[in-house]
Design a protein around this ligand. Sequence first.
Ligand code: AVJ
Length: 328
Amino acid sequence: MAQEKWLNLVERDASDLDSAFRDDVLQGLSEPQKAVPARWLYDDVGSRLFEDITDLPEYYPTRAETEILTARGEEFRALIGPGRAVVEFGSGSSVKTPLLLGCIDPATYVPLDIAGDFLRAAAAELSAKFPGMPVYPVEADFMRQVALPDEVATLPKLGFFPGSTIGNMVARTAVDLLRTMRATLGEHSQLLIGMDLIKDPAVLEAAYDDAAGITAEFNLNLARRINRELGGTIPLDALRHVARWNDAFARIEMHLEATRPIAFEVARQRFAMKKGETIHTENSHKFSRRSATTLLLAGGWTPLERWFDQAERFSLVLADATVPRSAP
Ligand code: AVJ
């Protein structure tokens, strides 16, 4: 069946991922403020836990962004136009994607993700929803430039980066990523990007420390993954999930805090934590209208249009790879 051909998974650099995980963890645990890059939260278990987070009453970003995607289809259609290859960066379960694909009449869909099994399943499901539209899943780390499948080479691209995942990066890394996306997508491409907004810290902290404890599970899964995949001996019962608003940097930080002094090994290297010491596991930067614009411009993208949910908690920005010629 033709559809199956479209679903052949292209693996761009998955073989490097295991050693990259080990290197990041060993280096991160050796720093004075222990830290592990947030991308490693998203193995298959972590990706599934994140899906559960998106259903939580406290976690507003998914509902706010879905509200925008549902309400603004006509405007997307007018500004984006038909016939593009939609390239989604970190597609996960692709739940929001049909809302976009359904209104813009795209040529193909290219989901990129590092969680292979998850990607495969999501691509198959999406393909069934849009029979006749080829889907080319690519298992790749979207932080690096990706060689897109030959079949989409000549098509104009729309990058889709929902969820405010850009907020996981510090500004320097976010700018690198935006520039890398521009290189992946090529000239005349567009980018539709979700950017969460600065708001009451109490609302933000609740969104990242839910009453049901799902976000805590999601955070702890990283330690579990280190134990499983890197021969770790981290005592999970001695780690506590913490989410706090860092106002100076306009971001929510997730940490794993030691509730007693602990010692453990990862890949045969020894580490210790004092009581109260933390491993910093995620940043989720929040934006103002202006800081969002500045970041996009620095990354080589010119904002064309911006939409908000009714409560103005979240924004979706459509940007263009064409940078205007500078005034003086
Ligand atoms: C997947 C990056 C959008 O930062 O809001 C949710 C990840 N972490 N709860 C976010 C996350 C804890 C999420 N993003």
